[in-house]
Design a binder for this molecule. Structure first.
Ligand code: ZN
Length: 63
């Protein structure tokens, strides 16, 4: 009841902000998202956003 052990993630944050750590996986995911945007495949864009957000949590928890 009083414990908060849930994972806090910036799931509403738009990925791709400057100043964040970028690895090859980030670049791969962002390239995929950009291609999906170019193809107007918005469900795939959403998928990529989720994958990027989830992947970014790894960065923030590793510090
Ligand atoms: Zn990364």
């Amino acid at each position: 009841m009083g414990t908060q052990t849930g994972i806090q993630g910036p799931l509403d944050a738009v990925p791709g902000k400057q100043g964040e750590q970028i690895c090859t996986e980030c670049e791969r995911l962002e390239a995929a998202r950009r291609r999906a945007e170019a193809e107007r495949d918005y469900s795939r864009v959403t998928d990529c956003n989720v994958l990027i957000a989830r992947h970014r949590i790894v960065h923030s928890t590793r510090a």
